[in-house]
Design a binder for this molecule. Structure first.
Ligand code: ZN
Length: 415
C-alpha cells in the first residue's frame, strides 16, 4: 500500500476515484494540504435520481474542506462528472465523501457535530477553524433531517409556552409532549400567537399525529393561544398550569414596585426579595429586612406582595371544589386589599385574568400533567440561550432547543 492509497483509505474513497495529485501550500497559515481526486477515465457514473449508469456529459470543479491533516487544513478538489441520463437529463453525480450541496466532507461534518455535543457552537467553530455561521449551517442540516423523522402518532397531551430568543423580542413557541419525561420537545416555531397553533397542527398532521386525538392542552392564559387551541385542536380541553398563574401575579407585582419606586423611595434590596417565595426560598438577611420595612410602611408594593404570597393558599386546596371556592375567596380578599389604588392596577388586571380562567385553572386539580414539566421548560430555554450564545437568532435558538430536548439531539450522539 503506498501513501496515496493510505490517504484515499482515510477519505473513504474507492474506485473509480483516484488520488491524482497532492501538494502542501506553505504560503498559507495554517498550511493547507490539497488533494486532487479524479474519477478514472471512461468509467460510467450512476445518475443521482435513478442509479442508471450513464456516460459523463461534462465536469464541474468542486472543493471540500476535509479533516485537518495534523495541523494543516485539508481540501479535496475534484472535477465532478455531470451525467446525461436519458430519463433525468444532465445531473451532477453524488460523491461518496460529501452530501449534496455541502462544502465539507462527511467526516469533517461528523467531527464538527461531535464537538458541538460537548461545547457551545462558537467554541467548536473556533477549534475546527470555520466560521460559526458555517458550523450552524451543518448543525441545522442534521437537526432538520432528524426532525423530518419525528413520529407524533399517539400524542394526547400537549404543553406549549413562548419565550424570547433575545430579551424582549423575537419570540418562539415550543410544544412539548406532556407524557414524555425525556426529550419532550415536539415542535418549535417563530412567533407567539394563534398562528403557531396552526403551524403545530399542520406539523402534527404531517408527522402521523391527529389534531383530533389531542385531548388536553396545557398553557398560559394568553387569549391568542386559547383561540388557536380552540380552532386547531378541537377536542382539547385547556388547563392553565400553576407556573403561569404565579408568573402573572409576579409580573404584576414587579410592575407595581417599579411604578411606586418612581414616586417614593422603596427599601433597598427589595427587587429580588419580593419576587422570591416568602416561605421557602432562601431570602438573604438584607432581603428579609427590606420585606419587613416594606410591610411596615404600608406601601402598595406590600399589598401586591401579600396577594402574590396568598396564591399558595389556593394551590394547597385538596379538591377541585375546594380550589374553586378558594379562588373566589382569594379574588374577594385581594380586591378588598386593593381598594381604589391606581398604582395597583396591574394586580387588578391579574385578578380579572384569573377570574376569567378560573375553570381552566381548576382543571389542574384533575389533570396529572402540570407545573413541573412547564417549569422545566424555563431551564431548557436558559440552557438553549447559553449554548447558542455569540451567534443567536431565532433559527439558532430553535435548533438548540431541538438539540437539547428533542429526539433530534440524537444526531449528535450517533455520529
Ligand atoms: Zn436518471
Amino acid at each position: 500500500m503506498d501513501g496515496n492509497e493510505i490517504l484515499l483509505l482515510g477519505l473513504g474513497i474507492q474506485s473509480p476515484w483516484k488520488l491524482m495529485n497532492q501538494y502542501l501550500d506553505t504560503d498559507k497559515q495554517p498550511h493547507e494540504l490539497h488533494l486532487e481526486v479524479k474519477a478514472e477515465q471512461a468509467s460510467k457514473y450512476a445518475c443521482p435520481e435513478c442509479d442508471q449508469l450513464c456516460k459523463a456529459h461534462d465536469f464541474q470543479e468542486k472543493t471540500w474542506r476535509h479533516l485537518n491533516f495534523f495541523q494543516h487544513h485539508c481540501y479535496i478538489h475534484t472535477s465532478v462528472p455531470r451525467v446525461k441520463c436519458p430519463e433525468h437529463g444532465v445531473k451532477l453525480i453524488d460523491v461518496p465523501w460529501a452530501r449534496k450541496g455541502s462544502a465539507f466532507t462527511l467526516l469533517f461534518e461528523q467531527a464538527a457535530l461531535t464537538l458541538v455535543r460537548e461545547m457551545p457552537v462558537n467554541a467548536a467553530a473556533r477549534i475546527i477553524e470555520i466560521t460559526d455561521k458555517r458550523l450552524w449551517r451543518i448543525v441545522e442540516h442534521y437537526v432538520g433531517q432528524a426532525i423530518e423523522q419525528f413520529d407524533l402518532s399517539g400524542l394526547k397531551v400537549v404543553g406549549l409556552d413562548e419565550t424570547a430568543s433575545k430579551r424582549g423580542h423575537n419570540y418562539v413557541t415550543v410544544f412539548i409532549d406532556m407524557e414524555k419525561r425525556e426529550e419532550p420537545v415536539l415542535f418549535v416555531t417563530p412567533g407567539k400567537g394563534k398562528r403557531t397553533l396552526q403551524q403545530f397542527s399542520a406539523f402534527l398532521a404531517a408527522h402521523k399525529g391527529e389534531p383530533e386525538a389531542v385531548r388536553e392542552a396545557v398553557c398560559d392564559m394568553s387569549p391568542a393561544f386559547l383561540k388557536g387551541i380552540e380552532e386547531t385542536l378541537p377536542n382539547a380541553e385547556v388547563t392553565v398550569d400553576w407556573f403561569h398563574i404565579v408568573q402573572t401575579f409576579t409580573q404584576a407585582l414587579d410592575a407595581v414596585r417599579k411604578q411606586e419606586g418612581q414616586i417614593k423611595p422603596l427599601p433597598k434590596h427589595l427587587r429580588w426579595g419580593v419576587l422570591k417565595r416568602g416561605d421557602t426560598d432562601n431570602l438573604t438577611t438584607n432581603q428579609l429586612k427590606a420585606l419587613a420595612e416594606l410591610l411596615d410602611q404600608g406601601l402598595d408594593t406590600a399589598t401586591a406582595w401579600r396577594i402574590k404570597e396568598r396564591l399558595r393558599w389556593i394551590r394547597l386546596a385538596k379538591t377541585p371544589r375546594a380550589a374553586r371556592w378558594r379562588i373566589t375567596r382569594f379574588i374577594g380578599y385581594a380586591r378588598e386589599l386593593i381598594g381604589e389604588s391606581t398604582l395597583l392596577e396591574p394586580v387588578r388586571k391579574a385578578l380579572a385574568t384569573l377570574e376569567n380562567h378560573a375553570e381552566r385553572v381548576v382543571r389542574r386539580w384533575t389533570s396529572t400533567y402540570t407545573n413541573a414539566r412547564m417549569e422545566g421548560l424555563n431551564s431548557l430555554f436558559q440552557a438553549a440561550r447559553a449554548r447558542a450564545r455569540g451567534y443567536r437568532n431565532n433559527r439558532t435558538f430553535m435548533t438548540m432547543i431541538y438539540m437539547i430536548a428533542s429526539p433530534a439531539g440524537a444526531v449528535l450522539k450517533s455520529t
